[in-house]
Design a protein around this ligand. Structure first.
Ligand SMILES: Cc1cc2nc3c(=O)[nH]c(=O)nc-3n(C[C@H](O)[C@H](O)[C@H](O)COP(=O)(O)OP(=O)(O)OC[C@H]3O[C@@H](n4cnc5c(N)ncnc54)[C@H](O)[C@@H]3O)c2cc1C
Length: 417
């Protein structure tokens, strides 16, 4: 039997409330078909309603259930972490997306604006993040600055009530579809690297912003290069004080680890529609299950999946104190990324030739290959496993800090890539 946390009475009540909201929000018969385990009817209802994740995000995004932890004033519930878990489990049960199509908006931009934005910015942006009317991207990494993000070179120079931005970003996920980006830029090259940065909201369609998609190993173009040539940003789109960009960026990065650690980033999470729980789907994709070696590996993955869930639950419970996510996000992110790679590699190994060649239209093997290739990025995106291990060593285990040769040195005097 799978490990499960029983609902306390308050959780049971909340689950019932959410189910009754779902019954109103979904096409008639959907919730009853789930309760009856009637997959055939559910499939028909889904097809007949032309289920679309953007439209769904609009529906749930206008309710308080899209972000229970956000303040009530901005579309949330001012709620508790367990509410998010109850909602996610019900979404999965009802074969609905468990991750917002606007993941970077809900997971990264929203929490940063809530903490550091002006009242005007909160009013202007937060609700449209939840409803996915405005999609967000994260403009942090550059060709010469990834792990050492604070060394970045994109410049923003003040000109009256505006800032003029020049430089290049890379790895910018979904920039080609985004309305706004969270931009970290250097405003004072004479300050030490962490101190000369400022955080901005940039309109992705502003004159001078050029987005060039990059083709990945998987064949898709998930991320992009983004070039800024004399892009003008009004000062009202600055988040936090001038020179305080690193503090705001840390909020984004800490939330990114939690956002990436707590969910699995596969198409089903964004689209919904899967007919069984993900673990059963995985097991059924593995042949030779009576082979003792295969069984051993599956048992090991199952144990790891349970450890992962319990660890995430503990970390989330710690956040009930109202703290910002801390270094525990790094533990979960490293574990989730490496677990995902081990699991997808094993699925490929176990399927032998069937993992590398298939008949056109055979979607199972194609999805398996896609998952295997995409998982390579898991230990890089959102902070590499090596760098996160450094953070755990320093902040959790209290080991000595990495040597910082550029500490306190003006950025303009530091050697750059
Ligand atoms: C799929 C994907 C999506 C992404 N999306 C975005 C996005 O939307 N927005 C965004 O801004 N960025 C994004 N990134 C960028 C990501 O944050 C960076 O790739 C990551 O921070 C690593 O930076 P880098 O690629 O420059 O590698 P580098 O920093 O150059 O690192 C190269 C290698 O050196 C190791 N290394 C570096 N420093 C140390 C150290 N101090 N100790 C030990 N080892 C070290 C690293 O672990 C790595 O193995 C994305 C990346 C991927 C793969």
């Amino acid at each position: 039997m799978r490990w499960q946390i029983e609902d306390a009475p308050a959780q049971r009540r909340f689950r019932d409330e959410f189910r009754s909201w779902l019954a109103d929000a979904l096409p008639a018969g959907w919730v009853d078909a789930v309760a009856a385990g009637d997959d055939g009817t559910l499939e028909k209802l889904r097809a007949a309603s032309g289920f679309n994740p953007f439209a769904w995000q609009g529906t749930i995004g206008r309710s308080p259930y899209a972000a229970p932890l956000w303040p009530k004033a901005y579309g949330g519930m001012s709620g508790e972490v367990w509410m998010q878990q109850v909602i996610r489990s019900e979404l999965q049960r009802h074969r609905l997306p468990t991750v917002s199509i606007n993941l970077l908006g809900v997971g990264l931009a929203g929490p940063t604006l809530i903490d550091h934005g002006t009242e005007e910015q909160k009013e202007r942006y937060l609700r449209k993040i939840l409803s996915a009317e405005e999609i967000w991207c994260q403009l942090f990494s550059e060709p010469g600055s990834g792990s050492d993000l604070a060394s970045l070179s994109t410049r923003a120079v003040r000109d009256g009530d505006e800032w003029v931005v020049n430089g290049q970003k890379v790895w910018t996920t979904i920039a080609q579809f985004a309305t706004f980006g969270m931009l970290l830029a250097r405003t004072d090259p004479e300050a030490a690297k962490h101190e000369g940065l400022t955080y901005f909201i940039v309109e992705m369609k502003a004159p001078g912003v050029e987005v060039r998609p990059l083709k990945q190993l998987t064949g898709s173009s998930e991320f992009n290069e983004v070039f800024f040539s004399d892009v003008r940003i009004p000062d009202r789109n600055r988040v936090g004080a001038v020179g305080d960009g690193w503090r705001c960026a840390r909020t984004t990065l800490m939330n990114e680890r939690v956002a990436l650690a707590g969910v699995s980033l596969d198409p089903v999470s964004f689209m919904g529609g899967v007919r069984r729980d993900p673990w059963t789907n995985y097991v059924e994709s593995i042949p030779h299950r009576s082979d003792p070696v295969v069984r051993q590996r599956l048992a090991q993955f199952y144990i790891e999946s349970q450890v992962k869930e319990i660890t995430a639950f503990r970390a989330n419970s710690a956040r009930l104190r109202g703290d910002q996510p801390g270094p525990e996000g790094a533990v979960n992110k490293v574990f989730n990324a490496e677990y995902n790679q081990r699991r997808s590699s094993f699925a490929v190994d176990a399927n032998g030739l069937g993992a590398v060649a298939w008949m056109p239209g055979d979607s199972g093997p194609e999805a398996r290959a896609q998952t295997f290739l995409r998982a390579r990025a898991n230990t890089i995106e959102g902070g590499t496993s090596e760098v996160l291990r450094n953070q755990m060593a320093e902040r959790i285990l209290g080991l000595p800090r990495d040597v910082e040769v550029d500490k306190g040195v003006p950025w303009s005097e530091v050697r750059h890539n």
